[in-house]
Write a protein that binds this ligand. Sequence first.
Ligand SMILES: Nc1ncnc2c1ncn2[C@@H]1O[C@H](COP(=O)(O)OP(=O)(O)OP(=O)(O)O)[C@@H](O)[C@H]1O
Ligand SMILES: [Mg+2]
Length: 264
Amino acid sequence: MSLGFSIQNAHVRYGKREIVQYLSLPTLPHGSLTALIGPNGAGKSTLLRAVAGLEKMQGIVRLGELDLTKMSIAERARRVTYMPQNLPPGLSLSVMESVIAALRVAHVDGIPLSNEACLREAFDALQRIGIAHLADQLLSTLSGGQRQLVSLAQLIARRPQVMLLDEPTSALDLNYQLKVMDCVRGLVREHNLIAVVVLHDINLAARYADHIAVLRHGQLYASGTADEVLDPELFAQVYGVQVRIERCSQRTLQVLVDGAVTPP
Ligand SMILES: Nc1ncnc2c1ncn2[C@@H]1O[C@H](COP(=O)(O)OP(=O)(O)OP(=O)(O)O)[C@@H](O)[C@H]1O
Ligand SMILES: [Mg+2]
C-alpha cells in the first residue's frame, strides 16, 4: 500500500533565524497536485529546498515507507526533484543536450539508457511542454520564459516520484502557463506522481490544485481544497488584501482583488 508523501515537523533555520517552524502537512497522496501559496518571504522556497535535501532541516520527510532524511542526497534526489525559482545561468549546451544530461544523471545507478532511448525520452519531454522547436538552440540564447520551460523539461525527463516546482510559471505567457500546468497535472495523473507547486497566481492554483497549502511566517496557516481554504478572511489575514471570491461560468473559483486592507 502506498502512503504518499509526508512532511512532519519540518524546521529550518538560517543562522539563528527560524524560517520554517515545525511545519507539518497532511499526507499528500500519489496522483495529487498541491499548490503551496503564501506571501513573499513566508518560507515556501526554503521549505521546498529543505524537503529536497538542499538545506539542513529537522523533521521527517517520508515517501511511502521510506524516510528520505536518512538517505544520501543522490538517492533522495532520484525520488524528489526541485526546480528552483531562480534558474542557473545558461551553459554552452543546446536545449536537447541539457535535457539528455539531466536524463543521464537520473539513470546514474540504474540501467544506462541507449543513445537512441535518451534522444527519444528527451524529445518526448520537450514535446510535452511544447518546446520541441527549441531543441537545437543554445541555453545561453534563450529568453527567461524559455529557460523556465527548459528547466521543467529537464526535471520531467528525470521522472521523479515527487516534483517540487518553485514558481514554474512566473516568467511564462498565458498560453505556456496553462500548457505547463496541464503538463504537470497530466504527468501526476498518468504516472501517479506527487507534485507540490509554488504559485503566486491564486486563480491558477484554484484551477489546477487538488489541495492548497497556505504558508505564513514559516507556519502552515491553512490547508485543504480550494473551496475549503480560499475565503476573504484568509486573503485579509495572509496577504492584507480585500477580495471577492466568485465562481465563473465554468464553475472555477476566481479571486478578484479589490484593494489593500487599510489598517484600522
Ligand atoms: N540563504 C538565506 N540566508 C538567510 N536568509 C534567507 C536565505 N534564503 C532565504 N532567507 C530568508 O528566509 C525567509 C523565507 O525566504 P523564502 O525564499 O523561503 O521565501 P518565499 O516564501 O519563497 O518568498 P517568495 O514568494 O518571495 O519567493 C525570508 O525572510 C528570506 O529573507
Ligand atoms: Mg520563493
